[in-house]
Design a protein. Structure first.
Length: 341
């Protein structure tokens, strides 16, 4: 098994380089850029163009000034040279500087990381620790009223996008009933609370509705995956043989069928690392959550390429690491798997 994981680790480097090369090339060849964005904002704010534009409406900047701006943003270099320079900084854990806020990208990500870690961690634990027991119970009660009613609710929730559910929740529970806040990560009085319990209560009060939106899709997939795989194993010959030999049904399910049913779930376990970094920018926009998802979306819109590349690099590294963790989880759950044998 060790040689297999060593080969997987060796493949991480070229895969990571391929992802970053592709994204870096897209950011350079896509129309627009930091300079164009800045000039467009200047033209909008010029109050009729008297100071910044000429009589014909063109920006009154010479070619030398435009060249200086491109040099300032590092856009005057060839793509390969610019990528190698960015990669060299990345090896030193330097993600560059934002072209919009003129702040270090690592600092901007670090400021929003606690929010993403909170929602990612809560989504991860709630999804797995509720969907697995629920799928287990639904498989045992297949065809019952509980199974049919819960399946209808799960499929309806899965069919609705998270941001649509967010709008409905805000409209009903926040605007109409005033049970929960309209948005934000914490309330305006958060710093005035004297105890940790009050602060934690405020955070959870603001997190109820966004967590429902985050959970609704993954929760449905995990629950139905667990149920379908458990039902498939329950109909297998080895379960019938174990019961025929006198093993109680419940014990046969827990000892044999349950472990084999966890294999497909374990294969996606490592990919859950992305929960801790990304998130849905639409949900963050709706609930006014200043997380990394919203930061990435704003960076793409504003052509803030250093921030885009920084987030892509971190997500790519987490995804590749998550794939290896998924293989390790499969090997731990399924004793038949002998990687590299």
């Amino acid at each position: 098994m060790l040689p297999y994981f060593l080969r997987r680790l060796a493949l991480v480097i070229p895969t990571f380089l391929g992802i970053t090369v592709m994204i870096f090339a897209i950011t350079r060849f896509v129309p627009g850029g930091p300079v164009e964005r800045m000039l467009a904002n200047m033209q909008v704010q010029s109050d009729g163009g008297s100071a910044l534009t000429s009589a014909g409406g063109d920006l009154a900047l010479s070619d030398d000034q435009l060249a200086d701006l491109n040099r300032f943003y590092g856009l005057d270099k060839p793509v390969i040279e610019a990528y190698l320079e960015w990669l060299g900084k990345l090896t030193q854990l330097d993600l560059g500087e934002s072209t919009r806020y003129y702040e270090p990208v690592s600092q901007m990500i670090a400021e929003r990381l606690p929010i993403s870690l909170f929602y990612g961690g809560m989504t991860f634990f709630i999804s797995y620790f509720i969907s697995i027991p629920l799928g287990y119970y639904k498989a045992l009660k297949h065809g019952s009223v509980f199974d049919s009613a819960s399946s209808v609710m799960i499929f309806v929730g899965y069919a609705l996008p998270g941001y649509v559910v967010g709008i409905l929740l805000i409209t009903f529970f926040s605007y109409q009933l005033d049970w929960f806040p309209m948005g934000g990560f914490v309330g305006d009085d958060f710093d005035d609370y004297e105890t940790f319990y009050q602060q934690a209560k405020d955070v959870m009060w603001h997190a109820v509705l966004p967590l429902i939106c985050y959970l609704i899709g993954d929760f449905a997939v995990l629950t139905m995956t667990m149920k379908n795989n458990l039902m498939e194993n329950l109909s297998s010959d080895y379960i019938r043989t174990a019961i025929a030999k006198g093993l109680p049904f419940r014990r046969a399910v827990r000892k044999h069928a349950l472990r084999n049913s966890l294999i497909p779930v374990a294969s996606h376990f490592g990919n859950a690392l992305l929960f801790f970094m990304t998130g849905s920018f639409l949900i963050e926009v709706i609930f006014n959550i200043d997380g990394i998802g919203l930061l990435g979306y704003e960076s793409i819109v504003e052509r803030d390429y250093p921030v885009v590349m920084g987030i892509v690099a971190i997500n790519a590294a987490l995804l590749l690491l998550g794939n290896i963790i998924s293989d390790m989880c499969v090997a731990a759950v399924d004793p038949r798997v002998k990687f590299g044998a």
